[in-house]
Design a protein around this ligand. Sequence first.
Ligand SMILES: C[S@@+](CC[C@H](N)C(=O)[O-])C[C@H]1O[C@@H](n2cnc3c(N)ncnc32)[C@H](O)[C@@H]1O
Length: 373
Amino acid sequence: MASPLGAFRSSSGGLRTTGGPRVSRKDRIVQSTDTDALSSKYSAYKKGYLADPYLEAIVSGFLVQEQQHYHGRGTHSAGQFVNKMPIINIGSCVRHLAVTRLVDLFLESTEKCQIISLGAGSDTRPFSLLAKYNKQTAASDNAADVKLIYHELDFAVTTTKKALTIFNSPLLSDVIYHASPRPQTPPGAEIHTPDYHLHAADLRTLNATTPLLPGMDPTLPTLVISECCLCYLQPDESDQVFSFLVTNFGHAGLGMILYEPIGGNDAFGQVMVENLATRGISLPTLQRFPTLQAEVHRLADRGMGVPRAADMMYIYERWISREEKQRISRLEFLDELEELRLLLSHYCVAWTVTPNSPAAWVDAYETQLPYQV
Ligand SMILES: C[S@@+](CC[C@H](N)C(=O)[O-])C[C@H]1O[C@@H](n2cnc3c(N)ncnc32)[C@H](O)[C@@H]1O
């Protein structure tokens, strides 16, 4: 059967999309990190740490395509969907709660706005947010009335899988095509509806002069999410992404949530870096921005406003209620408290808005933080 992805293995082992550029081994490894994120989230979900009505549909859709089109040799492998250690599950849960909380606070303090998710991978956040904020807008209603426009960017190989997964799932299609007719034939690597845009885009091609991608609106307040994504780019490449964002969206107010590893210089961080290196993964920005302070100055120096940052241990202790912590503690036996502390203190979330942004979220949320400019 002809693959709708049109993908085949080149003799050198690289993955090529028909008519498209050859994908380097390094890029393929970076693409495969989406499986790490998805399988970790799925493990936390299965153990009851977090709720996500769309996760089963995404996991099964990606795995089916993996089997059909890559014969299990692509970037998503069923073998990775096993139970993770309790500290990994708690880490996924804290990350999910922190980003969700920040996104909700931004959306609650803004009227119509757009989200741009960098390296979105298989993330299910667009489904929950579009269902929560937009779905009451029926196909016949004026799509201009929707509150949220959601953009997801990733490599074409990943967006193709996501587009097909959405097309094949009534649950996901119902959310994505609520304001426009569902297509009769499978989409390619992109989806464009009035409030959802899936872009096949290599972030390394973005800079201050890159034209806006379809559906991007420079007049709307914008929230950018980078959840474990910009860390895979070289510092100068990620700077170009910031230039693209500030040039195009700075006028109407720009916010950002950046979730990244930190602390690569200490013993635990070195082990983390070495473990990734054995898989061929490097995190160039971790060397350059290894602390909360460096992450905050990174954002401020690139015109991204007045940032705040906290490591995930701080978030676990301060943002998660006592009741929720008690619930979490009953899910699995955890005897590696020191390891949990070490793990959580090696990831951070930084968030910021430019002063002209209508979102009041930086100061509204918390002012006493480990690091702020
Ligand atoms: C660790 S995954 C995170 C996925 C998602 N943000 C999440 O948190 O579940 C990193 C994602 O960034 C994407 N990515 C990394 N470099 C990229 C680039 N240059 N262009 C587009 N996507 C990229 C990868 O393909 C992958 O899907």
